[in-house]
Design a protein around this ligand. Structure first.
Ligand code: GRF
Length: 204
């Protein structure tokens, strides 16, 4: 059996990338990480990849914006860049760009996103703070984590692969809630990727 190949896209710290690297090294996740791509040069995730001997690529949006190019050109070029590595799965592990079809059409049912909230709740970049604010208004007593497929340009929506609930505690601050959410993310992302790579496809 051939080992599935992953391309992992990061924009920041890359703690979820690290969880994947550790799971591959320990044998919990039977996959090969072919490349880690970042849109940010300073992303610590790139250092984590280099430390693990994984090829890295930097693909910034700014030169496209400066040249007046369409966003779809950036997306198409990223798809071309990734094609060099023939990934079976593209994993968005803290990737802060929204993809257009110019990218997604190359990976139907193959782009996996991680989001620190449950389906239909708190989309976007401030999900943890939004959950805390909703808790303070008495609207929710928990938040969560989801892993889902990215079929189109909708933000943090698409067929759900896995979810896990995270309670919000009375003394929670952003940092304490974020720490518990990240710990859940690290485990859920690896568990979901293990299922996907073993079944070879997304479950219906
Ligand atoms: C995670 O909370 C992820 O759900 C969100 O961005 C964060 C990335 O964290 N999309 P890290 O870079 O993996 O540490």
């Amino acid at each position: 059996m051939t080992i599935p190949t992953l391309a992992i896209l990061v924009s920041g710290s890359g703690s979820n990338l690290q969880a994947i690297i550790d799971a591959v090294e320990s044998g919990r996740l039977k996959a090969h990480i072919a490349v880690v791509v970042s849109n940010r040069k300073a992303a610590y995730g790139l250092e984590r990849a280099e430390a693990a001997g994984i090829p890295t690529r930097y693909h910034p949006l700014k030169p496209y914006r400066d040249a007046g190019k369409e966003r779809s050109e950036y997306d198409a070029d990223l798809a071309t860049l990734l094609a060099e590595y023939s990934p079976d799965w593209v994993v968005l592990a803290g990737w802060m760009h929204i993809f257009s079809d110019a990218f997604l059409q190359h990976y139907p049912q193959r782009v996996v996103n991680l989001h620190p909230a449950l389906p239909g709740q708190f989309p976007g970049a401030h999900a943890i703070d939004d959950a805390l604010a909703a808790y303070e208004r008495g609207e929710v007593d928990h938040t969560g984590v989801m892993v889902h497929l990215v079929p189109d340009e909708r933000v943090d929506e698409g067929p759900v692969l896995a979810t896990r609930t995270v309670p919000i505690l009375p003394d929670d601050t952003h940092d304490t809630l974020a720490a518990r959410i990240h710990a859940v993310e690290h485990d859920l992302l690896v568990a979901t990727l293990s299922q996907l790579t073993e079944s070879g496809r997304a479950q219906e």
